[in-house]
Design a protein around this ligand. Structure first.
Ligand code: ADP
Ligand code: ZN
Length: 736
């Protein structure tokens, strides 16, 4: 805290008032007086008193006409932090996102200042140096401190205390004695910047038009949306790197958004091959120190390229010049707690506000993006062929009605034969099953008892590796009991259905010589182990990979040519309006991992419905058929992007309270012929963590302002009290 900036709080000291936004769950700004001598402008990051605490806040606007009667009751701004002000562009984004998603502005600002305890920029760290005379009488603790500092260099205060094995109080004592002096530690030097000419590849004839388009869009530097639409293995990354290179040359920052930053070790290496250094990373696994340092570097414009998860969208870039959204179709871009926002859509909003270009890259664009490209709202930049003359994988169905696996097994004889051949050829095989754990259900053979979560409407999933039965919704877990808790029968519990762990057991039994590895998010202990496991696969030290959707994304495993999808129908039957699209994307992505380097890739779909339009489009590699079909269906039913959706999710500790409120809420919906209010109905996931859930779905015409409609409705509707909770989800992706 900078005490020099504290001014007297007498009312005559200052008449200037600013409205500030605090990063907590509040929508409105609060007025504070500006102490005399403190220079403040909108965007400045400040400390203000809020209740008994000092909190971080941002000057949102000058209050030109403060109410003089309130003046004496206003509090003073405490300090101004030594960081660049949040630019108008970012403040507009915060306002825009809050308004659109019906979130408190403070909660959106929180993402820009970085959530959690580590709010705000890196504080200056203090160091100590031995400069004065050593006191005549020394305690052993003081002696150890002086020994550590005897080199008369600057040491971090807490490090010195740790090294000497003393509390920092001992150091403070020596500072008071005049033996040590306190100095600010210099900041770590920023890493060398990426070099746009470092490892520029030769582009193929097919890639060149796309490369030219990327360079042109970055050179123009104005708002422009391009869909980089390239089949798996076409070199999308190499191609959009050219837009990044051009942006670096122009001295502006680039943001590359990734759906799953924890898994992008390979990406960081490729970036380093292209630009000579790794980019700055931003995701939830960063240590607080790194996060603060990266935040400060981004705000100071010292980070030319940032690679991050969706939250990186809200960072205070000093001069952002380009956004790339890789795998733009990915569901992970939607945040479903706190502020419900879709990072791809909000990235387009930020690009628009900042007047900069944005590239959406995907082999399987979302239907929304595809329609925008078809209508010419987005420029389509196509890469229709794989790089290096590799063919697209061949896809075949295995009809489980005729080629079923033996009882209790999940790999059909045909697929098993293909895996055997692949392993003998020293190629890799990938078995894909989007189910974590060993088995999705455990039941008692004697009495039929099924193990369910006590607080959720869900079965417990058997995780053999952890030796527990786990609820995937709330995390509750219990050991697998030796006897049925219901009928006390022993040895009566059976696992029903497959998960990846069970599949590994089957693969190991079928191919005892092969090296198998399971990749599943619940088995990741750290990003580093995950990255090293992926590296081992890429190096060819694994024969059979068994994985959930974690393996579908972006990886390049040169020796992988065979992909077997164990249950291709898994995502189709869940009543989700995007079920067909999700299945199309996921299966294309996972099969797209095969045949990327040498030889021909092949994908097998184990399915009960090979005649389903999605399966047919996959097998025929008929992208056009899939999109034409899906777009026609959305248009007919008025689903996005031809209409708009919003969900209201009501929950409470008991069912009647939740249902009663949902009904009263529905009854107050303003009449509007362009809006249909459906429900309330009990949510498919009726209970989570002991909370009973009901849903309302709103459907409107495309051009209709659903956010505004909802704001008026909720302002006049019944209020939530007690433990009732109402969540608003604009453009919902999940309907559970
Ligand atoms: P996509 O993201 O479209 O699936 P990638 O960007 O992963 O494709 O490219 C597939 C592989 O081809 C990668 O190993 C990549 O390094 C390589 N590649 C693509 N374009 C080139 C190029 N012009 N020169 C050298 N290698 C390339
Ligand atoms: Zn649960």
């Amino acid at each position: 805290m900078d005490h020099a900036l504290r001014a007297s709080s007498s009312s005559s000291a200052s008449t200037r008032v600013v409205d500030v936004l605090v990063p907590v769950a509040l929508d409105q700004t609060y007025s504070y007086r500006v102490p005399r001598g403190m220079e403040l402008e909108p965007g400045d990051v400040i400390g203000v008193p809020l209740g008994p605490r000092e909190v971080l806040a941002v000057v949102w606007a000058e209050n030109a006409k403060p109410d003089p009667r309130l003046h004496n009751r206003l509090k003073d701004v405490i300090e101004k932090l030594d960081v660049p002000p949040l630019r108008t562009e970012l403040r507009s984004l915060v306002d825009w996102v809050a308004n659109y998603t019906l979130s408190a502005r403070g909660m959106v600002l929180r993402m820009a200042l970085r959530m959690g305890e580590q709010l705000g920029p890196e504080r200056v760290r203090l160091g100590v140096r031995l400069t004065g005379a050593v006191p005549a009488r020394l305690t052993p603790a003081r002696r150890r401190v002086i020994a550590v500092l005897s080199d008369r260099l600057l040491h971090g205060k807490s490090e010195a205390a740790k090294e000497a094995g003393v509390s920092t109080g001992v150091i403070d004592g020596l500072v008071d004695e005049g033996t040590l002096t306190v100095e600010a530690m210099p900041r770590a030097l920023p890493p060398p910047p990426p070099d746009p000419s470092y490892g520029q590849p030769e582009f193929s004839r097919q890639q060149r038009p796309a490369v030219d388009a990327m360079r042109a869009l970055a050179a123009n530097g104005t708002f422009h949306v391009a869909l980089l639409d390239g089949v798996t293995g076409s070199g999308k990354t190499e191609v959009y790197f050219e837009a990044v290179a051009e942006t670096i040359r122009r001295g502006r920052q680039s943001l590359i958004l990734m759906p799953e930053i924890a898994l992008t070790g390979q990406f960081l290496d490729r970036f380093a091959q292209r630009f000579g250094v790794r980019p700055l990373e931003w995701h939830s696994e960063l240590t607080p120190r790194t996060r603060q340092r990266n935040w400060a570097a981004i705000a100071a414009g010292e980070a030319p390229v940032v690679v991050g998860a969706r939250s990186a969208l809200f960072l205070p870039y000093a001069h952002l010049g380009l956004i790339v959204v890789d795998e733009e179709h990915d569901q992970a871009y939607k945040q479903d707690d706190g502020v419900h926002y879709h990072a791809r859509d909000m990235a387009v909003v930020r690009a628009h506000i900042a007047k900069i270009p944005i590239v959406l890259a995907s082999a399987t664009p979302s239907v929304e993006t595809e329609v925008n490209a078809r209508k010419g709202r987005y420029q389509r930049v196509a890469l229709p062929q794989r790089f290096g003359g590799q063919h697209m994988p061949h896809i075949e169905a295995i009809d489980l009605r005729r080629e079923a696996p033996p009882r209790g097994r999940f790999i059909s004889p045909l697929l098993a034969g293909e895996i055997k051949t692949a392993v003998e050829r020293r190629e890799q095989a990938l078995l894909f099953l989007n189910r974590r754990g060993y088995a999705p259900l455990t039941l008692c053979r004697a009495c039929g008892h099924r193990f369910a979560c006590t607080v959720c409407d869900a079965w417990l999933v058997d995780h053999r590796f952890r030796q527990r039965l786990v609820c995937h919704h709330c995390g509750f877990s219990m050991p697998r009991p030796p006897a049925c808790p219901h009928c006390a029968a022993e040895q009566s519990l059976v696992a029903v259905g497959p998960g990846v762990e069970r599949l590994q057991e089957e693969a190991a039994a079928l191919f005892p010589e092969a090296r198998t590895m399971v990749l599943s998010s619940d088995l990741i202990t750290s990003i580093e182990t995950m990255r090293s496991e992926l590296h081992e696969i890429a190096e060819g030290r694994v024969d059979i990979i068994i994985g959930t959707q974690l393996v579908a994304k972006g990886h390049h495993f040169p020796r992988l040519n065979l992909v077997g999808v164990i249950d291709a129908d898994l995502g189709l039957g869940n009543g989700d309006p995007r079920a067909a699209e999700r299945t199309w994307q996921l299966l294309n992505q996972v099969i797209g991992r095969s045949g990327r380097d040498q030889g021909r890739g092949i994908g097998y779909l184990q399915t009960h419905q090979p005649e389903h339009p999605v399966m047919k489009a996959l097998i025929a590699c008929d992208r056009e058929a899939f999109y034409a079909n899906e777009i026609e269906a959305r248009e007919r039913t008025g689903y996005p992007p031809f209409g708009r959706l919003a969900s209201l999710i009501v929950s409470a500790g008991d069912r009647p309270t939740a249902e009663g409120y949902a009904r009263r809420l529905a009854a107050t919906a303003p009449r509007e012929e362009r809006v249909q209010v459906l429900g309330p109905t009990e949510a498919p996931l009726a209970v989570i963590k002991g909370r009973y859930r009901f849903r309302l779905l709103l459907k409107s015409a495309r051009g209709f302002d659903l956010s505004d409609y909802l704001r008026h409705w909720l302002a006049n509707g019944p209020k939530t009290k007690g433990n009732l909770k109402l969540e608003v989800d604009i453009d919902p992706q999940s309907f559970l």
